[in-house]
Design a protein around this ligand. Structure first.
Ligand code: SER
Length: 602
């Protein structure tokens, strides 16, 4: 019996349920409080507060399948294995069992006849070799040995290959042990070993032992508890189980490839065409899931919208390269939805919106793509380096995301002045430095103490708005927190008066000074509703229980945390900006200062 990706997911969840792990939700691709990334990059990301010690409402042993997106991989797509959007199977121990049990469970799932039933002789593993930050992982080595993995199948590797995390610059991380399956191909060289990209070793699973916290000074300290975070890429493992050489051939993806080939009238793709087809498949899957996410995004020139725009436009350009002239994205999105709707019914519910956004973007870009390409050629012929002004012209007038210009330039060996482009962008768009940084870097910041303080301040602000503006139905429409500031969007239909802003600040600062404890309670969704907690009750957790944070007797919000334990830790709250961002939606930016201020300086 062939195990395809659907079967693999079911087996993984069943295996860990049998081993007393509780199923948690497949979280949205767009993280709720967004302290670190634009998109959920790994199954562990929504669990960061729980690695740090906060109790999870469903206990210490968890499992799920998580949709993930990695912006940093956009340009790697095209080979046999890279995907920007993928599903990850994950299992966790939050301060419960550690290395030995995690390794035992992994070995059992991989080799036991009831589960994947892989040949243990073809299994190789890697373990952390040790360095100045953390010792050699002899415990993992011994755990594999006891299970019968011979020494010549255990490889000690350095931090570069055998350490995972943190997400962003700081946070939970640790050494890992990775499992590989030998495809039986001959080694590419005498140094060929697990981790080599020649295709001999198929990477199956990564068990991370999250016992460290990387701090802002760059050092590593021990976390309060030892956690296990395991991740198995669904498409990747399915390819191996289905006997395919690439992820693009698995049952869950192949129909998209077939349709692309039909549209482009290609029967046997050349390797160059194959690369374009893979890029189109990946980008249309990712765009469909981003548009159809619980917290869907639209194409735009900033943040997530910019990443989405890049994906869609890149798919269109690679479509052109294989001769596709007609609109084709909604056709492909429909197949993506069909393939996934049994597990992601929201995709079908949001189908009209997904199709609409894709066609709008396709129409917009197709109108300028040809002209833009001709313009690009003229510019590139004249000079060996495309300056910032011209790169900006391509961006502004022809809708070329900067990375597209860079890619086109690389293809013909021409350079592009990135700093010059950035300067032009900032000048023309008058965007903040932070926004520009996000545009280029994919939006990384930190899950730091500052971010946590601002998160608690966000709860206070949320409540202050309802009270000072005397409007009970004000709710959070969006939130984004970096270590420097909070950003909070809410429904309100006029600009705030300056006295209202002062009153909101005073109300929040008064609550801070009252030294109120921030208390986390676990309750069912029904109890949380009856308790009057603010939240979007969208079955955030797989089970019933959710966390509700209360501050004093006035702020009650269902939330994953983390938060400070007492409001006095916040310092002084200050609103820096208030503006409208859409009809009926206002945005506040605010900061916290360590000490009470003497002067008013807004
Ligand atoms: N966080 C690890 C990974 O993404 C294991 O889940 O590989």
């Amino acid at each position: 019996m062939v195990i395809d990706s659907k079967k693999l997911k079911k087996m993984f969840l069943d295996f860990f349920s049998e081993n007393q792990h509780k199923l948690i939700l497949n979280y949205p691709l767009i993280p709720e409080y967004d302290p670190t990334v634009l998109f959920t990059p790994a199954g562990m990301h929504p669990l960061i507060p729980y690695f740090l010690g906060q109790p999870h409402p469903l206990g210490k042993k968890l499992v799920n399948v998580q949709k993930c997106f990695r912006t940093g991989d956009i340009e790697c797509v095209g080979d046999s294995s890279h995907l920007t959007f993928f599903e990850m199977l994950g299992s966790w121990s939050l301060g419960d069992y550690f290395k030995r049990q995690a390794i035992r469970l992994s070995y059992d799932f991989l080799t036991n006849k009831r589960w994947l039933n892989l040949d243990e002789k073809r299994l190789s593993v890697t373990v952390f070799a040790g360095d100045q930050d953390a010792p050699r992982d002899t415990e993992s080595y011994e755990a594999w040995s006891v299970l019968g993995v011979p020494d010549d199948h255990i490889f000690f590797l350095s931090k570069e290959e055998n350490w995972w995390g943190p997400v962003g610059n700081i946070g939970p991380c640790g050494p890992c042990t990775e499992m590989f399956y030998d495809t039986g191909k001959p080694p590419c060289s005498p140094s060929c070993r697990p981790g080599c990209l020649c295709g001999k070793y198929f990477e199956l699973w990564n068990d991370v032992f999250m016992e460290y916290n990387k701090t802002s000074s760059g050092g590593y300290e021990l976390l309060k508890q030892k956690n296990v975070d395991t991740g198995m890429g669904v498409e990747h493992t399915a390819a191996m189980l289905e006997g395919k050489e690439t992820v693009f051939e698995i049952a869950a993806i192949r129909p998209i490839a077939k349709r692309v080939e039909e549209i482009a009238s290609i029967s046997v793709p050349t390797s160059v065409q194959e690369k374009s087809i893979r890029i189109i498949i990946d980008h249309i899957r990712a765009s469909t899931f981003i548009l159809g996410d619980e917290r869907g995004v639209k194409p735009s020139n900033v943040d997530r919208g910019y990443v989405l725009r890049r994906l869609i436009r890149r798919a269109i350009r690679f479509g052109r390269l294989i001769g596709i002239e007609r609109d084709f994205l909604t056709d492909l999105a429909d197949i993506v939805i069909t393939l996934n709707e049994s597990e992601y019914p929201l995709l079908r519910e949001k189908e009209a919106n997904i199709f609409d956004e894709l066609s709008k973007e396709e129409t917009k870009f197709k109108n300028t793509l040809e002209k833009g390409l001709r313009k690009f050629q003229r510019i590139a012929e004249k000079s060996p380096k495309i300056d910032g002004k011209n790169a900006f012209l391509l961006f502004q007038s022809f809708g070329f995301p900067f990375e597209l210009t860079k890619e086109l330039a690389e293809e013909i060996g021409v350079e592009v002045d990135e700093v010059g482009f950035r300067n032009q962008y900032e000048r023309h768009r008058k965007v903040s430095a932070e926004s520009a940084k996000k545009l280029f870097k994919g939006g990384l910041s930190d899950a730091s103490k500052e971010t946590i303080r601002l998160h608690t301040a966000t709860h206070l602000l949320n409540e202050a708005l309802r009270r000072i503006l005397k409007k009970k139905d004000i709710v959070q429409k969006g939130s984004n927190i970096t270590p420097e500031r909070l950003r909070f969007d809410f429904n309100f239909d006029r600009p705030l008066e300056s006295n209202e802003i002062v009153e909101i600040e005073e109300w929040v600062n008064e609550k801070i000074k009252q030294e109120l404890p921030v208390i986390r309670k676990e309750m069912t969704v029904e109890e949380a509703k009856a308790f009057g907690a603010q939240a979007v009750f969208n079955n955030k957790y797989g089970g019933d229980a959710i966390s509700v944070y209360t501050i004093g007797d006035f702020s009650k919000e269902a939330c994953g945390g983390p938060h400070v334990s007492n409001t006095i830790e916040l310092g002084t709250f200050k609103i820096k900006k208030e503006k409208g961002i859409a009809s009926g939606v206002r945005r506040i930016r605010a900061v916290l200062r360590k000490k009470p201020e003497k002067t008013k300086d807004r």
